[in-house]
Design a protein around this ligand. Structure first.
Ligand SMILES: Nc1nc2c(ncn2[C@@H]2O[C@H](COP(=O)(O)OP(=O)(O)OP(=O)(O)O)[C@@H](O)[C@H]2O)c(=O)[nH]1
Ligand SMILES: [Mg+2]
Length: 287
C-alpha cells in the first residue's frame, strides 16, 4: 500500500492513504450485498428481521419498523458515502475544547456512548466505501480523546466523540455536554449501547442528559454479532421498554448495528442521509 504521509493538515487519528480499490471490504457496498442469498441480504439490510421469529406473537412489530427504507432509498443514500472530486469526504478537524469546535454550515450528526461501545468502529464502517478516511479504533477504552469532525461533501458532518465511563465524566462534561446543548446545526445525536451487555447505569444517565437537552436522538444497539439471539433480544426489548417509558425526544425505534459484519450499516447511512435532508425518501420508508 502506498501511503502519502505525512499529509498537510492531518492530525493524529487520521491518515490519508492511497488505498487500492480491492481493499474495499466486500460488504461495504450494497451492489455486492445484493448478490448474496436473499435471507442474508434481508438480515444485513433490515437487522430486525433476524429477531422477528423469536418475538412473542403479541409484540407489536411496527414499533421496530418506523424507519423502513426501500433498497432503492438505501442505494441513493450510499452514493453520499462515496467520495468524488465534487463530493469530498474527509477528516476535517479535531477539537479538545468547545472553543476549538469549528463553525460549520452543513447539518451535523454525532455519536456518543460509553468508552469501547464501538463509536469509532461504526463511523469507520459508514466510511468503508472511502477507506482513505481512516478512523482509528482500539480495544483500549478511552481511545478517542477529542471530538473528530468528518466532512461529507457539503451534505453533512459526522462527529466521533470521546466516550464516557473512562477518563470521564470530566472530559464528557467539559466538552461533549456543552456541545450537545449549544451546537446549532446538530440535527441528530446517536446514543450507542453495547448490544452484548445491554443498558448500563451510565447509558441511563446519558439518556437522561439527552432528555434534558430536548433535541432528537436515536438509540443504537452495537456489536449485535456478539451475543446470541436470546441475549440480544432481551437487551433490545429492555432498551425498547426504557425508550417507551422514559423518553420524549428519543426516536421510538432503536437501530441495530454490527460494524464487524456491516449489519444495519446501510440502513443507518440512509437514516443519516434522511435526517440531514440529503435525500428524499419514497413514501413507504417512514411510518
Ligand atoms: N464484535 C464486534 N466488535 C466491535 C464492534 N464494533 C466495535 N468493536 C470492537 O470494540 C472495541 C472498541 O471499538 P471502538 O470503535 O474503538 O470504540 P469507541 O466507542 O470508539 O471507544 P472510545 O474511543 O474508547 O470511546 C474494538 O476492539 C472494536 O474492534 C462490532 O460491531 N462487533
Ligand atoms: Mg473511539
Amino acid at each position: 500500500m502506498i501511503c502519502l504521509l505525512p499529509s498537510r493538515g492531518l492530525l493524529p487519528g487520521t491518515q490519508l492513504c492511497s488505498v487500492p480499490r480491492q481493499r474495499l471490504h466486500k460488504l461495504a457496498s450494497l451492489q455486492n450485498v445484493r448478490m448474496l442469498r436473499p435471507k442474508k441480504v434481508q438480515s444485513l439490510l433490515y437487522p430486525f428481521s433476524q429477531m422477528e421469529p423469536y418475538l412473542d406473537r403479541s409484540v407489536d412489530r411496527s414499533q421496530f419498523q418506523h424507519f423502513h427504507p426501500s433498497v432503492e432509498d438505501m442505494m441513493k443514500a450510499e452514493t453520499l458515502f462515496l467520495s468524488s472530486p465534487s463530493h469530498k469526504i474527509d477528516y476535517r478537524i479535531s477539537a479538545e475544547r468547545l472553543d476549538h469546535v469549528p463553525v460549520l454550515k452543513p447539518p451535523e450528526v454525532c455519536f456518543i456512548g460509553r468508552s469501547n461501545v464501538g463509536k469509532s468502529s461504526l463511523i469507520r464502517a459508514l466510511f468503508s466505501l472511502t477507506p482513505e478516511v481512516e478512523v482509528r479504533v482500539s480495544k483500549t477504552p478511552g481511545h478517542t480523546k477529542k471530538m473528530n469532525f468528518f466532512q461529507v461533501g457539503r451534505a453533512f458532518t459526522i462527529v466521533d466523540m470521546p466516550g464516557y465511563g473512562h477518563r470521564s465524566p470530566k472530559d464528557f462534561v467539559d466538552m461533549v455536554e456543552p456541545y450537545l446543548f449549544t451546537r446549532e446545526n446538530l440535527v441528530r445525536t446517536f446514543l450507542l449501547v453495547d448490544g452484548s451487555v445491554g443498558l448500563q447505569q451510565a447509558d441511563l444517565i446519558a439518556m437522561e442528559m439527552c432528555e434534558e437537552i430536548r433535541r432528537p436522538y436515536v438509540m443504537v444497539l452495537t456489536k449485535i454479532d456478539k451475543p446470541g439471539n436470546g441475549t440480544l433480544l432481551r437487551n433490545l426489548m429492555s432498551l425498547q421498554d426504557t425508550v417507551r417509558r422514559n423518553t420524549t425526544s428519543c426516536f421510538p425505534q432503536p437501530l441495530l448495528i454490527s460494524s464487524l459484519n456491516f449489519c444495519g450499516i446501510y440502513l443507518l447511512r440512509c437514516f443519516i442521509a434522511h435526517v440531514t435532508g440529503s435525500i428524499s425518501l419514497t413514501d413507504t420508508s417512514l411510518s
